[in-house]
Design a protein around this ligand. Structure first.
Ligand code: NDP
Length: 412
């Protein structure tokens, strides 16, 4: 059994990961949290203790770490004997952290595709630019690396695998729909790192249509659906990580990602973008100061974790899958609904961080228990979906299904 977890990063998602690891430390062993800013790690440790979230008495420690420094990360993994690393730092640190795992043999999990700070929207499939180049080395060294195991990417990849294995003979389309129908009460804020959030929307929108990569502009294509709990919602075709593995691992002609945005978000985003304030390229001020506009915007916006206490409302994220079963057309929506206030009550975070933070802990438990300790690099849809979805039902992210038989809990 693999034990002892190192959590990299101390942002909104890391807070959830730490609480959930603590609630399951009887399986996961010692819990360590390391990030650039030690104070943030300490605050997370204090919040876990305050909520009395350790399942059994055990180690819960904070460390300062620059995760871009591979040797420092290796040394920490070895010193604390971590066998599982949950990387929920910024996506800029993903490949250095993976390198440290390959060197030490620790299992690696992340929740987002690696990004190079100087590049926006690289050539699809995105995983081939960085992660999949390290596939052979993971297999040679027997290192388990599970890529993109948040909610989206992550759980939605598992939902697609469930649809393929349990509910369809042939799938024609997978539309992943992500709606946050909550309200944070601030003039403008992003739900996770503004820099990462904006970078998702300033490039081309890549989607998989008619079995090929198709390019659109952001906010060019939209749809409206009547969704469970959150009701009628408009969402926009968006480029997103999961399309870049599902398109390669599934034989499905149309795989798209749709994200909900309010008119206010779109207006503010459009003004910022048109003014050049979302650019990742440095500019020089009249005083000779060199600044990256996107980083300045990040610095003046609210810290996403500060939104949690007053966040209300719910998220609904799921896969709308269409195809054929037993010669008949079929449509299935597999989804989760999460509540911002409930997440805050349990772990002190909003539901976006909650939905992203519970899945990597479920994955870590499955690695510790062996079921997902596959000793190679995989995307989530390549792993058995049932144990993952069943475990999340128990630890805070219950799944549901809506099909011709109605709407019900997804249980195994
Ligand atoms: P935050 O920006 O809140 O946190 C990122 C953390 O990474 C910060 O604590 C930051 O440190 C730390 N960090 C940055 N650079 C370094 C470094 N060089 N060394 C050590 N630590 C570093 O992000 P979130 O918590 O919102 O998101 C975390 C990850 O989860 C991101 O990759 C994001 O894309 C992903 N995500 C995935 C989702 C999914 O469903 N799949 C949904 C939401 C997010 P510091 O505090 O010093 O700035």
């Amino acid at each position: 059994m693999k034990k002892n977890v190192l959590i990299v990063g101390a942002g909104g998602v890391a807070q959830v990961v730490a609480h959930k690891c603590a609630q399951n430390n009887n399986v996961l062993g010692d819990i360590h949290i390391a990030s650039r800013t030690l104070e943030k790690c300490r605050a997370i440790v204090a919040s876990v203790q305050e909520k009395n979230n350790l399942n059994v008495p055990g180690v819960l420690e904070a460390h300062e770490l620059d995760a871009l420094d591979i040797d420092a990360t290796k040394a920490l993994i070895e010193r604390i004997r971590a066998q599982i690393v949950i990387n929920v730092g910024s996506p800029f640190v993903n490949m250095p952290v993976l390198e440290a795992c390959i060197a030490t043999g620790a299992a690696y999990l992340d929740t987002a595709i690696h990004e190079d700070p100087s590049k926006i929207c690289e050539t699809p499939p995105w995983y081939a630019n960085y992660e999949w180049k390290r596939r052979d080395r993971c297999a040679e060294k027997g290192v388990t690396a599970i890529l993109g195991v948040g909610f989206d990417p992550g759980v939605v990849n598992s939902y697609a695998a469930l649809a393929r294995d349990e509910y369809f003979d042939r799938i024609d389309s997978i539309d992943i729909i992500d709606v946050n129908a909550g309200s944070h009460g601030r003039y403008f804020a992003t739900n996770f790192d503004p820099e990462i959030n904006f970078r998702e929307f300033t490039g081309q929108v890549w989607s998989w249509q008619n079995s090929q990569w198709t390019s659109n502009r952001m906010f060019e294509v939209k749809r409206t659906d009547d969704l469970p709990v959150v009701g009628e919602q408009t969402t926009y075709l968006t480029g997103h990580d999961e399309l870049h593995s599902l398109s390669q691992n599934f034989d499905v002609p149309d795989i798209r990602f749709w994200m909900g945005f309010g008119e206010h978000y779109i207006n503010v985003f459009t003004v910022l973008k048109n003014l050049g304030l979302l650019s990742e390229q440095p500019v020089k001020t009249a005083e000779g100061l060199e600044v990256v506009p996107l980083k300045v915007v990040k610095a003046v916006l609210p810290d996403p974790s500060s939104l949690a206490p007053s966040y209300s409302g719910k998220t609904c994220i799921g896969d709308l899958v269409k195809g054929e079963k037993d010669g008949k057309p079929r449509e299935v929506f597999i989804y989760n609904v999460s509540d911002h206030a409930d997440a805050f009550e349990e772990v002190g975070s909003q539901a976006i961080s909650y939905t992203a933070g519970v899945p990597p802990v479920a994955a870590a438990i499955l690695i510790a228990q062996g079921a997902w300790d596959v000793k190679k690099m995989v995307n989530v849809e390549e792993l058995p979906a049932q144990p993952f979805v069943a475990l999340m039902n128990r630890i805070g992210l219950p799944s549901r299904i809506r099909d011709e038989k109605g709407d019900r809990a997804l249980e195994f």
